[in-house]
Design a protein around this ligand. Structure first.
Ligand SMILES: *Cc1c(COP(=O)(O)O)cnc(C)c1O
Length: 402
């Protein structure tokens, strides 16, 4: 494994992690992005901003989230000790609130009136609408018409939280069309609007900024683990869609060379094109959504169709810092398929009384395969990125429970 001494200072000033990242956007947007770069740099070093953010993480989100020793699961698997970082216990049920709150506070500080975003399954939309309500900003969420129909409870949540949901009826009426639609809206009114990206993806400074807001997860987990075990964990495992919960956990451990990190991508139904979203495992570098990174593309170079049982993981790109870590060998990327994730969802529910999000079940499923292969004095820390309440109806149908 190569040593990365500069891990804590990346990206460079142009937003590159090695060859990945950057700002690949139309000229008109470069000034808008520069405004975000400058405002975030100031906020990052402003104790007043940081104090307000951390106070909300404590009093509103409920941080620090617990670090739980999953004794029953560890015993059942008969290998390493398994610990769970309980991001599922956060307000709104996942890690996403950590960065939407940060983005909302930054938008307010910049004097913006409105938060704008696209959403696929609606999880980012709900977390953003929540932050907008708290901070006192308007919120406009673009969502493909097919997703609106599929994820109606999240549409209702966003509306109850006071957000405007724009149903996108163009193209394939899914996430990609929602991105295009939200982007067009931003181009028309970036003076009053803050584009709130939902993962460590997009043009600089978003991959860095979202990482910084999520890094609280790893800082807490490192301290909590040391307090319980008096040493560091041997392995960290997290699922990777865009990569924000994984980066949030990994960041504080990057300079701990003895800690091995595993990012888990969705292998979906199969490794056939369109049936998975294993971007780092099967993709190639290219440009999408303002960044240079690994991508899944079709024959003509357009973003490929993707699938995962966990809608939060089906994205044909990945955060540029993960692309860099893959090439450097600092993080190992593995895959878990739909069936394995579904089995992990059931197992954690039954042995620990915790119903995980289907996304998080991918990290668990990899640990379930891996833990029995290592010794009982080793330990694995898993980021349980969210709770499964949103998935119970769907899983119930899949399993034929009524
Ligand atoms: C959105 C989501 C993910 C995937 O996003 P990342 O940016 O890869 O973390 C994972 N888990 C849950 C619970 C989510 O809601």
């Amino acid at each position: 494994m190569k040593k990365i001494n500069t891990s804590m200072t990346l990206p460079n000033q142009n937003g590159f992690f090695g060859p990945y990242g950057g700002q690949f956007v139309p000229e008109k947007l470069q000034a808008a992005l520069q405004e975000v770069v400058v405002a975030y740099e100031a906020a990052k070093h402003d104790p007043v901003f940081q104090r307000e953010y951390h106070q909300l993480l404590a009093d509103y989100v409920g941080r620090p989230s617990a670090l739980f020793f999953a004794k029953n699961l560890s015993k059942k698997l008969g290998g390493a000790k398994i610990y769970l970082k309980r991001e599922d216990l956060n307000h709104t049920g996942a890690h996403k609130i950590n960065h939407t709150l940060g983005e909302a506070l930054l938008a307010k500080r910049m004097g913006k009136k409105k938060l704008l975003a696209e959403t696929g399954a609606g999880q980012h939309g709900v977390a953003l609408a929540t932050a907008a309500a708290l901070v006192g900003l308007e919120c406009e969420i673009h969502m493909g018409a097919i997703d609106v129909a599929k994820q109606y409870p999240n549409v209702l949540r966003m509306k109850l939280l006071g957000a405007q949901v724009v149903e996108v009826k163009s193209g394939g009426r899914c996430l990609k069309d929602a991105v295009d639609s939200a982007f067009a809206t931003y181009m028309a009114d970036f003076e009053h609007t803050f584009f709130a990206i939902g993962s460590v993806v997009g043009p600089h400074p978003y991959p860095m900024m979202v990482r910084d807001f999520q890094a609280v997860v790893g800082r807490e987990a490192r301290e909590q683990f040391l307090a319980k075990e008096q040493h560091l964990p041997d392995y960290l495992i997290a699922c990777v869609g865009g990569g924000s919960n994984a980066m949030g956990l990994f960041h504080a451990f990057l300079d701990d060379e003895q800690v091995q990190m595993i990012g888990v991508e969705p292998a979906g139904k199969s490794f056939k094109p369109g049936e998975h979203a294993a971007t780092l495992t099967l993709g190639k570098p290219g440009t999408l959504h303002g960044m240079f990174t690994y991508l899944l593309q079709d024959e003509v170079g357009a973003p490929a169709a993707v699938h995962s049982i966990a809608s939060g993981l089906d994205y044909p790109g990945v955060g540029p810092q993960h692309a860099y870590f893959k090439d450097q060998g600092r993080v190992r990327y593995e895959t878990v398929n739909d069936q394995e994730a579904l089995a992990a969802f059931q197992l954690l529910s039954q042995v620990e009384g915790i119903i995980p999000a289907l996304e998080s079940a991918h990290a668990l499923a990899y640990a379930i395969k891996f833990a029995p292969t290592i010794s009982q004095d080793q330990s694995i820390l898993i980021n349980l990125s969210g709770r499964g309440d949103k998935d119970v109806e769907y899983v119930g149908k899949l399993l034929g429970i009524s």
